[in-house]
Every structure is written in structure tokens, then in C-alpha cells.
Design a protein around this ligand. Structure first.
Ligand code: FAD
Length: 357
């Protein structure tokens, strides 16, 4: 699903390696890659790492397992899947780790008027993007209304009592969905492990969420590609240098379903206010911030808002975002003021980029 995202990243780092091969030999990299959370990851450490790729691979997989065991809805034994399956309005004991993730999601939701809302589980499942099978028939208005009644900021509460953490649902059928932050959590967890092992230069990506530090093997800033969502090969539309910050992109062009009867395409970004997948012309939103959790939590909600509203929120909140819309059949990109520094080091593939007013 996000293979191309990872590939476009490899394209840029491989280019870096190729160019440098005419000069001084770049330092060797230690690379780990594989599948996690139903998508792909790739971690590149410039130089050595402990006992080499094996130990990098196992350190990454250990972090991903901890996240999956806590927040997967695709693994029925994961903590969140068990909480979602618990048909009760009684308080449910949850781990401090899961409580912290839910609390941090609420903080990000508050910034964007709950356009990202982790209580969308019933809507995600209704539209076929959850662990249940993919349907291909658009749900009825009545089904959407029923699912919406189970979502929203008051659908659940979490609290601590005598050192234990509890989640309490408003309705037994409330289901949380943390898929929108899984990749960001993964990229942050790997970055933390590499920092603890004193790694100075690395690029860690879980699908479209990445963390980077220091420089690439050529000694230049890491460059990450934002894909052209309108191009079937998803070539790089714009190279960006996150300059040690986290970066992630949410797109409405990759994970979708097509209504078998009408042929209409529905993206997996669902607007909690309408109960329906977004159907505006914004195809992707890229966010740069300190942590990949923050970028991954915000990118889906900003995609739901659409470019105009997302750029307004971003310019008010000094948030670095880059949006690509479909305009007269072509990709049309804008970015917030705070995004400008990240474009400076990378040649502007698309000179007509304009800073949003
Ligand atoms: P993002 O934009 O980051 O997230 C979109 C996802 O967030 C949607 O798929 C939906 O689940 C949810 N969402 C949609 N709208 C909203 C909204 N308004 N507010 C909040 N959330 C919203 N997928 C598989 O196919 N197989 C697996 O085995 C599998 N295992 C997983 C395990 C874990 C721990 C996690 C976190 C996810 C797993 N997934 C799996 C799901 C898959 O990884 C996600 O679909 C993917 O992470 C979404 O990332 P994205 O960048 O494509 O979209």
C-alpha cells in the first residue's frame, strides 16, 4: 500500500549515493527494512550499528511489536482490539502506554477541531477500511447515522484512579481506531532507540512517516520526496529536507475503495462530521513537526479539512504543512509559511510552488 512512498525515499537516498560514488567513497550504511502494521518500513543508519543489520532489524521489530501489541485493531489479541471488543460501558482497565497514546491523540484532535478523531472506528469499519472485510457497496444514510452516533469527543473518556488507567465508553459499541498514528509511533520509537545508541546520522521511515537526523552518506541534509499523487508511478513531486524534524504525508489516493455499482472512489480519510470519506480535491497533506506522532496524528485530520482550511489552521498555529490538490487535471501545491525552510535546501522541482497567503 505504501511501498511507493518508501521507494521514492530510496530513490532520493540512492541518488545521493550514486552521485557521491564519483567522489570520496561515502561511509557504509546499515539498513533494515521489512513489513509492519500492514505496510513497509526502512531504516538507514550511516555507518555501523551494534553487530550490523541483524541487530538493527531486531531492535526495530521489537519496537514495532510493542506498538502493534498495544494499538492494532487487525490483531484480535492486541490491547486496543480487546478494548474495542469489550461490549460494556463499565470502566475498562488499560495500560499506561495505551492511555498515553489516547491522551496525546486528543491533544492533537483539539488543534484541528476533531477532524482527526480516534473514535471513528465504527465509521472506518462501516466503509471497509478496518480489519473487517472490504465492502464495495456504499453504506446507507441510516447505517452512517448509526455509526456516527458512536463517535465524537464525548464517545469515551480516559482517567486515572489510584494509579490505574481506565477507558469508559459512552455506548458499548464505541470502537477506537489508532491506525492514523501507528506509523508515526513506529518512526519515533526507532529514532529513540537510535538516539539512545548514540547514532548521529539516520533516516527511519514507516510508510509515509519519517524521522531523520544528521546527514545522508554524502554528508548532505536528508532529502525526502513528496510524491505526485496524480502520477500513476507516484514520482517525486517535490524534494524536501526535514532538517532533523519528523515528516509524514496522508494521501487520499492510495487506500480507497470503489463502489461496485457506481464506480465511485472513496478514500480512507473519513470526515467525522459527515461520517463519509472526504471527496474534495485535496489529494495529500504533508506535515513537518518535532515528532512523527504529531505529524502522523495531524496529517489525516488536515487532509479531512482540505487544503484551504488546513493552510488557514497551519498559518494560525505556525504549523509546517504542504498540500497538493487536483486543479484542472494537474497537481497544484501550496505550503504554509512555516514550511518554507524545508524547501530551501532541495531544488524546487516545481518552481511554481507558492507560499499560501
Ligand atoms: P493515515 O492517514 O495515517 O491513517 C488513515 C487511517 O486512519 C485510516 O485507515 C483509518 O483507519 C483511520 N482514519 C480515517 N479517517 C480518520 C479520522 N478522521 N480520524 C482518525 N482516524 C482516521 N492494515 C492492514 O491492512 N493489515 C494489517 O495487518 C494492519 N495492521 C496494523 C497494525 C497497527 C498497529 C496499525 C496502527 C495499523 C495496522 N494496519 C493494518 C492499518 C494500516 O497500517 C493503516 O491503514 C495505515 O497505517 C494507515 O496509514 P496511512 O498513512 O495510509 O493513512
Amino acid at each position: 500500500m505504501n511501498l511507493n512512498k518508501t521507494l521514492s525515499l530510496i530513490v532520493i537516498s540512492a541518488m545521493a549515493l550514486a552521485i557521491s560514488s564519483c567522489g570520496k567513497q561515502p561511509p557504509q550504511s546499515t539498513i533494515a527494512s521489512g513489513k509492519t502494521m500492514g505496510t513497509f518500513y526502512r531504516v538507514q543508519v550511516v555507518g555501523g550499528y551494534k553487530e550490523g543489520e541483524q541487530s538493527l532489524q531486531s531492535d526495530c521489530d521489537k519496537e514495532f511489536k510493542k506498538i502493534t501489541d498495544a494499538i492494532s485493531t487487525f490483531d484480535k489479541d492486541a490491547e486496543l482490539a480487546l478494548v474495542d471488543a469489550d461490549f460494556t460501558t463499565d470502566p475498562i482497565v488499560i495500560s499506561p502506554y495505551l492511555a498515553d497514546i489516547i491522551k496525546r491523540c486528543r491533544e492533537q484532535s483539539d488543534r484541528i477541531d476533531y477532524a482527526m478523531d480516534i473514535s471513528v472506528g465504527p465509521l472506518v469499519n462501516l466503509w471497509g477500511f478496518g480489519p473487517s472485510k472490504r465492502n464495495s457497496v456504499t453504506p446507507s444514510d441510516d447505517e452512517i447515522k448509526k455509526a456516527m452516533a458512536l463517535t465524537g469527543p464525548d464517545a469515551y473518556q480516559i482517567y486515572e484512579k489510584d494509579g490505574a488507567y481506565y477507558l469508559q465508553k459512552k455506548d458499548p459499541a464505541v470502537k477506537l481506531d489508532l491506525s492514523t498514528v501507528g506509523e508515526g509511533l513506529g518512526a519515533d520509537a526507532v529514532a529513540k532507540t537510535l538516539d539512545e545508541n548514540k547514532v548521529q546520522n539516520y533516516l527511519a521511515s514507516v510508510a509515509g512517516a519519517s524521522r531523520s537526523k544528521g546527514t545522508n552518506p554524502k554528508g548532505d541534509p536528508w532529502r525526502i520526496g513528496i510524491e505526485d499523487p496524480t502520477n500513476p508511478d507516484h514520482n517525486v513531486y517535490q524534494a524536501v529536507c526535514p532538517l532533523g524534524m519528523a515528516m509524514s504525508t496522508a494521501g487520499s489516493y492510495r487506500n480507497y475503495f470503489k463502489d461496485a455499482k457506481t464506480g465511485r472512489i472513496f478514500s480512507h480519510a473519513i470526515d467525522p462530521k459527515t461520517g463519509r470519506p472526504v471527496d474534495h480535491s485535496t489529494l495529500s497533506v504533508t506535515v513537518i513537526a518535532k515528532t512523527a506522532f504529531e505529524t502522523d496524528a495531524l496529517d489525516t485530520g488536515l487532509l479531512v479539512l482540505g487544503a484551504d482550511r488546513a493552510l488557514k489552521v497551519a498559518n494560525q498555529d505556525n504549523l509546517a504543512i504542504f498540500t497538493i490538490e487536483m486543479k484542472q487535471g494537474k497537481p497544484y501545491a501550496r505550503y504554509s509559511k512555516a514550511f518554507s525552510p524545508y524547501l530551501k535546501c532541495a531544488d524546487k522541482i516545481n518552481a511554481k510552488l507558492e507560499e499560501s497567503l
